[in-house]
Design a protein around this ligand. Structure first.
Ligand SMILES: [Zn+2]
Length: 82
């Protein structure tokens, strides 16, 4: 999976989680939505990191790492298992 695909997956989880948590009448489904939101934040913390130095991208990831200046390989499949 490329970083861009991971970012898309996180966005999808966030949107689905938000919709369920805010608009679903069933409390159990709402709780599931909140879990999805938590999972999305967790994945964001784990996945959105610089492959060179491991620094977190932060809220607005750009094309280059803010920490070490390495180019972020958005469309490259990472060899590391994260
Ligand atoms: Zn870096």
């Amino acid at each position: 999976m490329t970083l861009r695909q991971k970012q898309g997956l996180i966005l999808l989880l966030t949107v689905v989680g938000l919709v369920l948590a805010l608009w679903h009448p069933n409390v159990v489904v709402m709780a599931a939505g909140i879990m999805l939101l938590l999972a999305a934040s967790l994945l964001y913390l784990v996945w959105m990191r610089c492959p060179e130095c491991g620094a977190w991208f932060g809220k607005y990831p750009g094309d280059y790492c803010k920490d070490c200046g390495a180019k972020i390989p958005w469309d490259e499949k990472t060899k590391r298992n994260l």
